[in-house]
Design a protein around this ligand. Structure first.
Ligand code: HEC
Length: 284
């Protein structure tokens, strides 16, 4: 009997710990609606089973007072709060006596011990999860994971060109970007600047002369903001920064190609700064 009690005690402690463990696990992983629904369904099934069981118990055993149902609960309560019955108090009375105040050596209530041992088991599970098998994320790991995610997001922004503007734009010399730039040019720009950049309504883009400044940064700026008063629209809304960079680069490659029917030079001669640190002309 004593042995049985110990086993029951151990099983209960384990169950308590596991319930605690699984709930914290569930709270840590962000619960999707699907998981919540699954959980609710399990609870519903258990509750239905419980009600059915009650019906069977109440009807079959003609137990209108529900004693059958209460018995296990009472047994459980007795088990959890086991203590020496009042009739046997003498057995646990301690020998000392302080001005008539006596002390009983009552056992610690099992529910309390279970919680206590539960915390010890919990600590072991925690230690194994977070520090031995490294399944859980300790604060420093969480931090590293967040930094990594931020880095990926930044890379994505760089790849899509979100950081390209008239200050950071670079002449991109790879075939893919230049062919993309050409495609954009033929589709959107050739009608005003000519198939080969020789100039039509818009100025010649192949010579040394620029109205709004030459070089990749100024060209990018003119494309981005346009010169609406002169008939060159702003392309910011239609082309993302990466595309504008490709188109600007393609225009750079047109330099000195001397296409036939070249329009007469307009603007001032653009000299590429020696230090390559091109200035963006102020205003437009
Ligand atoms: C509707 C006609 C039109 C279209 C379409 C057009 N442009 Fe222009 N573009 C102009 C005009 C006109 C100017 C001259 C603006 C000025 O006088 O400042 C100009 C100026 C420019 C300049 C500056 C030239 C300089 O000398 O400073 C660049 C670069 C340019 N366009 C690129 C493009 C690109 C790239 C596209 C297509 C994405 C495009 N343009 C589409 C009419 C057009």
């Amino acid at each position: 009997m004593k042995q049985n009690n110990r086993i029951a005690f151990l099983i209960n402690t384990l169950v308590f710990s596991l319930i605690g463990f699984s709930t914290t696990q569930a709270a840590e992983s962000d619960l999707s609606l699907e998981n919540v629904m699954k959980f609710m369904m399990v609870v519903m099934i258990l509750m239905t089973a419980f009600v059915l069981w009650l019906i069977v118990v109440y009807s079959e055993k003609e137990d209108s007072e529900g004693k059958t149902f209460k018995t296990p609960l009472i047994a459980l309560r007795k088990f959890l709060t086991r203590s020496t019955p009042i009739e046997n108090e003498k057995e646990i009375l301690l020998s000392h006596n302080y001005d008539g105040i006596k002390e009983l050596d009552n056992r610690i209530p099992p529910w309390f011990s279970m919680l206590f041992y539960g915390t010890i088991i919990w600590a072991a599970i925690y230690l194994l999860t977070y520090h031995v098998f490294n399944d859980g994320q300790v604060q420093s790991k969480e931090y590293v994971a967040e930094i990594e995610q931020a880095r990926q997001e930044r890379d994505f922004l760089i790849r899509t060109g979100a950081f390209i503007n008239e200050e950071t734009v670079k002449f991109v010399n790879d075939a893919a970007s230049l062919s993309e730039g050409k495609e954009i040019y033929i589709k959107n720009c050739a009608s005003c600047h000519g198939q080969n950049g020789e100039g039509l309504v818009g100025p010649n883009l192949t010579d040394d002369f620029w109205i709004n400044g030459g070089g990749i940064k100024n060209i990018f700026k003119t494309i981005k903001y346009g010169v609406p008063a002169k008939g060159m629209i702003s392309w910011e809304a239609q082309l993302d920064p990466k595309k504008m960079q490709s188109a600007s680069s393609y225009i750079i490659t047109l330099h000195n190609t001397n296409p036939p029917n070249g329009k007469a030079p307009e603007g001032t001669k653009w000299v590429e700064p020696a230090d390559n640190n091109q200035q963006v002309t102020k205003g437009s």
